[in-house]
Write a protein that binds this ligand. Sequence first.
Ligand code: AHG
Ligand code: MN
Ligand code: MN
Length: 331
Amino acid sequence: MEESRIAAPIGIPLDRFIKSNQDRFPTATGEFSQLLRDIALSGKVVNREINKAGLMNLAGSIGTKNIAGDDQQKLDVLANIRFSRALEKGGEVCAIISEEEEHVIEVNKNSKYVVAIDPLDGSSNIDVNVSIGTIFSIYKRRSSVGAVITREDYLQPGNTQVLAGYLLYGSSTMLVITMGYGVFGFTYDPSLGEYFLSHTRMKIPVEGRIYSVNEGSYHSFPDYVKQFIEDCRNNNCSGRYIGSLVADFHRNLLKGGIYMYPSTAKNPNGKLRLMYECNALAFIIEQAGGAATDGEKRILDIAPTDIHQQVPFFVGSTSMVEKVADFKGRG
Ligand code: AHG
Ligand code: MN
Ligand code: MN
């Protein structure tokens, strides 16, 4: 379906947006809309908890580590509980992949959707009152409803996503989504408890002037990444790095730029996770006219082999992402 056929006037509430467009999506059913509502509602709850984290002693770590070896923060665990509980109780999901869970969570085998989620992204920024986020992907299972969940159901490449989105808990809270017909951004009004469409048909500038990368690891970047960074510096690009993927991504989506997490000595396959970080943002950026690769290959075409698989990640304005690949090709 054409992006222009989506009804998306600025100011429309999320619920109205879902309702008015529900019939227009070949993939959309009442269950699918309900699933999006469940995620949006959990986002409100998590937003509320983030906003009072300092007062409620919710900042800081709990002393355990997740599967990637990161310290789990109280809000990582809390956000994971909020989202997975809503998805379990909502009844529209058969399996959940979460950064905070070692194994796939099998939920309702009579449902047809699989969700991959990073419940709290940028958790090292919680304690210091800097923007953080949530990232999620929705897939349709491949096996029949009612059957046992298989690897083929949850290890799908990003190009089969039916919806991807993120919540950004920033100076305002936003929900940005794509269903494959353009990118739509909703801003949350806490006084009304509702998300309203504020950014319709979002497009990233083709030529960006911002590069976002943790330059502290510069010495262990591959040569092609160093050459690209040198090129950015020579062209007076601005360096901007928040350290919360969602926040860095969102800024670059609006202003034009590239976010990079290449392979490093510490993380030879990059740090970011294909299933619940890279795929969702890759789907969104392509829908916004940008690109996402692992340095050469399209992220959305990578066939996953593990739910926590890591991948080098280059995402943003097409001209910049292509230039990275050019440098790589020359090497
Ligand atoms: P998470 O908090 O979900 O583990 O993700 C952290 C990610 C991402 O948000 C951020 O861009 C990146 O890690 C920062 O890593 P460095 O501190 O290595 O730059
Ligand atoms: Mn993350
Ligand atoms: Mn996380």
